[in-house]
Structure formats: C-alpha cells, structure tokens
Write a protein that binds this ligand. Structure first.
Ligand code: NAD
Ligand code: IPM
Ligand code: MN
Length: 364
C-alpha cells in the first residue's frame, strides 16, 4: 500500500477552512483507493509572522522539501503589509522548489451557470499554463525618493530561456494529450525583449510537436476572447503576471474564484509540487464559514493526480462537480452555504461516484 506525505499550509483568512474541507475529500479518496496520506500541518502565515517577525526559515523550507507534495490554502492578511507574505511565502516557495509550471484549468462543470452568456461545459475546457517563477515576480528593482513627488519606481522583469522553455514544453505536452492547440498569450507588441524570448521559445519547441498547432493572442485581447469564445482555446501558455490576471478571468468564466484550482508544478521532480486554489485569503468573508471549498478540493484532486493516484483524483473531481451541481449559486457570500458542510458532502460523494460513468472523463 502506498503512503504519501503531504505538507499542509492552511495559511490565512478562508485558507485553513477550505483546506480542511479539501483534506476530507483526500482522505475519503485514500480510503476508497487503498493508499495512505500522512499530513503534517505547518503553522505559516500572518499569525506566525505577527508572533515571531519571521515569515519562514530555512529549516521549515527543508522540512517542506521532505514531503511528497504541499497543499496550501491562501495567505494574505490586512494586518500585514502587502507582499510580505505573498512574496515571502508563496512566491518564495514556488522559486525554492523550482515550480516553474503553474497549471490552472478553466472548466465549466455541468450544472453550473457561467456568468457569461453562451458559455457551456462543451465550449469551456481550457488550461492556462503560467510560468511561475520569473517575470515581474522576481522582486528586483528600486524605489527612489519614496513618498515624494519625485518618486521613481523600477520593477525588474526577468525571463530566462530555461524557465520559459519548461512552461512552454509542458504546455505542448499537455496539448498533445488534449485538443492539440497551444496559444501564446503575451504583449510582444510592447514588451519587446521578453516578448521575443517567449515567441522564439514557442517557435523552437513547437518544432518538436508537429501534431500540435500554435497561435498567438495579445494579453489585452485575451480579456475579450477568453470570456466570449473560450472554446477557441485548448492550452494557453503565458508569463507570470499575465497568467495571474487571465486565470482570475478564467475563474470568473467557470463560475467564480471559489471553483478555480491550481498546481504549482516542478516538472523536473527535483522538489515537491504545491497545490492551492487560485483565490486568496478572502478577508471580506473570512471566519463566516461561507467560503466555497471547491477550488481547494479541486486543487487537492490535482495533487492526487500529481502523486500518480489518477483514479482517486478523478473521483474527487467528480465528487466536487456532482455536489456543486446541486447548489443554487456559487463563489460568493450569496452562496449561503457552509464550508465544512460542503467538505463533508464532497467526502461522502467520493466513496460512491463512478468517475468514468459520471461524465468527468480523463482530464489533466
Ligand atoms: P481573493 O481571491 O482573496 O478574493 C476576491 C473575491 O473573491 C472576494 O470577494 C472573496 O470573498 C471572493 N472569494 C475568494 N475565494 C472565495 C471562495 N472560496 N468562496 C467564495 N468567495 C470567494 O482576492 P483579494 O481579495 O484580492 O486578496 C485577498 C488577500 O489574499 C490578499 O492579501 C492577497 O494578496 C491574497 N492572495 C493570496 C493568494 C494565495 O494565497 N494564493 C491568491 C490571491 C490573493
Ligand atoms: C495567485 C496569487 C499570487 C500570485 C500572490 C498571492 C503572490 O494571486 O496565486 O494567483 O500573484 O501569483
Ligand atoms: Mn492571483
């Protein structure tokens, strides 16, 4: 019987609640498919920072590295300056564990109504692949004359062929197993240096995948095409910041941030991958028990797939979709549902769904 070690970082705001609910689904899947998931809870996030003055230390990073995977809720707290936890924890871990590929599926599940007219499960099934360690997220730069009318901010953006190639290669591999189309999303018309590197990388890697078509869409135009014609896309590959923005847009198209999953994936297998919802800590609804745990549970399903437990992953995804289909409205306070209650329903459903007959099919 396989045993997996899972590091769990609930984090801030709604993070711990949605993570707890997702774990119920993971354990139900483990029980059904006969494997063991050993969890280690890590106390990281705003409370720890406010208590100790430290976001994370080298020892904790080493302990996290020993695990097979990491499940993260969300971080970010109004009591902490913007960026301290986001850059110091999430981005730091993505970089430390070489998670160069961020996988963000955009899928409208049957029974859920998209807020965008004309979007159906048949025409909304794409995956955003976001380079996850570089671009404007590297943190370098300076702010001269801060607070004065002469202030000048410089924010560096770094793109390397190495990390870009990992994301692009992953996008082509994924497309080969799907509908065989990769779309590069960038601003090559204005970000001339980074744009050229991205386009050249796509053109070079495309030669190794002659059966996969590729095209290009500017990031601003993507904000119209993605909601109005999602069926035109299969795999969209993009840089860190554009990927951050268009994946929230994708989340809206699929019913809301409460439904959008993501995987911070290390394609080399040299360190654990980290699974987390696209959404943040949602301070506006934290502590109310309203948060939709679907995004966290679907991220946990990606985690099970990443561990090689594909049947368990499909069962968890199917269970989430089937529970969601019974709810009246999603992804906001208006949902009027309870996080823990939904977690229990998802866990119960995991033991009875037939992932192949209940219509989810094989997906990445
Ligand atoms: P957010 O994603 O936390 O919330 C945006 C809106 O979506 C809010 O109205 C919120 O109530 C709603 N929402 C989010 N998740 C939901 C869920 N599961 N169920 C129902 N409604 C949900 O974004 P924000 O408000 O811009 O950011 C809040 C904090 O989270 C900030 O500190 C930000 O830096 C951080 N953040 C963290 C992550 C992460 O940890 N991965 C991601 C995004 C933002
Ligand atoms: C996300 C978040 C993060 C990002 C923040 C919290 C660093 O918005 O995972 O989408 O910008 O990548
Ligand atoms: Mn984001």
């Amino acid at each position: 019987m396989s045993t997996y070690s899972l590091a769990v970082v609930g984090g801030d705001g709604i993070g711990p609640d949605v993570t707890q609910a997702a774990l119920a689904g993971v354990q139900a899947a483990a029980h059904r498919y006969g494997f063991t998931v050993r969890t280690t809870i890590f106390d990281l996030g705003a409370e720890r920072f406010l208590r100790t003055g430290m976001v994370i230390d080298e020892n904790t990073i080493s302990e996290l590295r020993e695990h097979d995977a990491i499940l993260l809720g969300a971080v970010g707290d109004p009591r902490v300056a913007p960026g301290v936890l986001e850059q110091g924890l999430i981005v730091a871990l993505r970089v430390a564990f070489a998670q160069s590929v961020n996988i963000r599926p955009v899928r409208l599940y049957p029974g859920i109504e998209s807020p965008v007219r004309g979007v159906t499960p048949e025409n909304c099934d794409l995956v955003v692949i976001r380079e996850n360690t570089e671009g404007l997220y590297t943190g370098g730069g300076s702010l001269a004359h801060a607070g004065s009318g002469n202030a000048v901010a410089i924010q560096n953006s770094i793109s390397t062929a190495a990390a870009t190639s990992e994301a692009v290669d992953f996008a082509f591999q994924l497309a080969q197993a799907r509908r065989r189309r990769v779309t590069l999303c960038h601003k090559t018309n204005i970000l001339l240096h980074a744009g050229q590197l991205w386009q050249e990388t796509v053109d070079r890697i495309a030669e190794r995948y002659p059966d996969v078509e590729h095209d290009y869409v500017h990031a601003d135009a993507m904000c119209q095409h993605l909601p109005l014609d999602p069926g035109r896309f299969d795999v969209v590959v993009t840089d860190n910041l554009f990927g951050d923005i268009i994946s929230d847009l994708g989340a809206t198209v699929q019913g809301g941030l409460g439904l959008a999953a993501s995987a911070n994936f290390n394609p080399r297998g040299s360190a654990p991958s980290m699974y987390e919802p696209v959404h943040g800590s949602a301070p506006d609804i934290a502590g109310k028990g309203w948060a939709n745990p679907a995004a966290a549970a679907l991220s946990a399903a990606l985690c099970l797939a990443g561990l090689g437990e594909r049947e368990a992953a499909l069962s968890l995804e199917t269970a989430v979709a089937s529970v969601l289909a019974e709810l009246p409205a999603f992804a906001g306070p208006e949902m009027g549902s309870d996080t823990a209650g939904l977690g229990h329903r998802i866990a119960e459903r995991v033991s009875i769904v037939d992932p192949h007959r209940d219509g989810m099919g094989e997906k990445s």
